[in-house]
Design a protein around this ligand. Structure first.
Ligand code: MEV
Length: 422
């Protein structure tokens, strides 16, 4: 049979039927097919309804970062990711951030922006005034879509209107400002935008095209700040981190990597709690570039006593109700480990951990570099893969590091030699 990716009705098949087709298409072995068919702690039924065309599951490790004190409260922080060293770095950084109630963080109200694009307007300026004139009518209609949210004190709160110049002419962009409370908000906002579109067409005599949330969540900022005492890390490290921060502030090439380090912590929590991490990334990087130049989301300075003080500000659209946060059994457990009840508290933890993660990276970079720690973990992983157990893991890893050869084949050899001598 000719190999084709054109598979009408693929989505209607069972997981096994789909998997059989993929197996033939890609020439998968029995072992490879079985690797996909492990549904782990999500379960086959849930996996099959969460997204389309499911043929299996993929597991990532779930860890907890320890030592976190945020806003005077103890936290164990669930993290899911594939990169070694991140959890260890966060836990280690948090040790230096427990004084004075720990890392401080504060999230603004959960205001999201919904965009309604109005085209074909002869008089966009006049149409803008009409939209603002009918603000209450638009808000009422929007709020009729989500009585639960309104009852909780949320809902559509404001209407803004902007005229933008585009290469196909001016457009009126209506913004619906919605307090989404403890949800990420995309569903509520998109529903409201679609519902008010016909009214906006009637008001403006234009044509509404796109009706969608903006992931540029600039009205949902969270801030975190911390003081690290100079006697805990040494004056040289304080100066090193300040210089590393100044580098990122002045150079977008460095700022992107600096922010990547922050996102290591934030996205790991986002994955553990089943957030829309693409939305978080998009919003964070747009915020970093809001001045027209890409800049670091955090800044490290020295206070008048020589201590290191760090601050972080970014938008975080996260939720503790709705979506996969409530359907993924492990995300529910992650939220329980965190002990959070509100989206604001979750955002505050994520920002605090992002700041600690950033500190850990800068501290390592400004001193011994990050490769030493990375290599140690990498070597341990390779030793484990080669079959080392217990104390032999570190022994095999150490020899490989000393030799500068961290390879599976070498780990097998070393392990064989050690076992022979016993
Ligand atoms: C690696 O995942 C993250 C770092 O590159 C961040 C940084 O350079 O600040 C270490």
């Amino acid at each position: 049979m000719k190999k084709t990716s054109r598979l009408p009705g693929f989505y209607k098949l069972s997981i096994d039927e789909r998997l059989k087709i993929v197996r033939e298409f890609a020439g998968l072995t029995e072992e490879e097919t079985l690797a996909l068919k492990n549904f782990g702690n999500l379960g086959e039924k849930l996996a099959d309804v969460m997204i389309e065309n499911v043929i299996g599951c993929m597991s990532y490790p779930f860890a907890v970062a320890v030592n976190f004190m945020i806003n005077d409260k103890e936290y164990l922080v669930p993290m899911v990711l594939e990169e070694p060293s991140v959890v260890a770095a966060a836990s280690n950084a948090a040790r230096f951030m427990r004084r004075d109630g720990g890392i401080k963080a504060k999230a603004e109200a959960s205001l999201m922006i919904g965009q309604i694009q109005v085209i074909n307007l002869l008089n966009p300026n006049y149409a803008k005034m009409l939209v603002l004139e009918h603000k209450n009518e638009i808000l009422d209609l929007a709020n009729q879509q989500d009585s639960v949210l309104v009852r909780l004190g949320g809902g559509a709160k404001d209407v803004e209107a902007r005229i933008i110049d585009t290469r196909i002419g001016p457009m009126l962009i209506v913004h619906l400002i919605v307090d989404v409370k403890d949800a990420m908000g995309a569903n509520a906002v998109n529903t409201m935008c679609e519902a008010v579109a016909p009214l906006i067409e009637k008001i403006t005599a234009g044509k509404v095209l796109l009706r969608i949330i903006s992931n540029n969540a600039v009205k949902r900022l969270v801030r975190a700040w911390v003081k690290v005492y100079k006697e805990d890390i040494g004056e040289e490290v304080v100066d090193g981190i300040v210089a590393a921060s100044a580098f990122a502030e002045a150079d977008p090439y460095r700022a992107v990597t600096h922010n990547k380090g922050i996102m290591n912590g934030i996205i790991a929590i986002a994955l553990a709690t089943a957030q829309d991490h693409r939305a978080i990334e998009a919003g964070a990087h747009a915020y970093a570039a809001r001045t027209g130049t890409y800049r670091p989301l955090s800044v490290w300075e020295k206070d008048d006593e020589g201590n290191l003080v760090g601050t972080l500000e970014l938008p975080l659209a996260v939720g503790v109700v709705g979506g996969a946060t409530r359907t993924h059994p492990v995300a529910k457990v992650a939220l329980k480990i965190l002990g959070v009840k509100t989206a604001k508290e979750l955002a505050e933890i994520m920002a605090a951990v992002g700041l600690a993660q950033n500190f850990a990276a800068l501290r390592a970079l400004a001193t011994e570099g990050i490769q030493k720690g990375h290599m140690k973990l990498h070597a341990r992983n390779i030793a484990i893969m080669a079959g080392a157990k217990g104390e032999l893991i570190d022994k095999v890893a150490e020899i490989m590091i000393k030799e500068g050869k961290i390879r599976y084949s070498r780990a097998v050899e070393i392990l064989k030699n050690i076992l022979k001598k016993r």
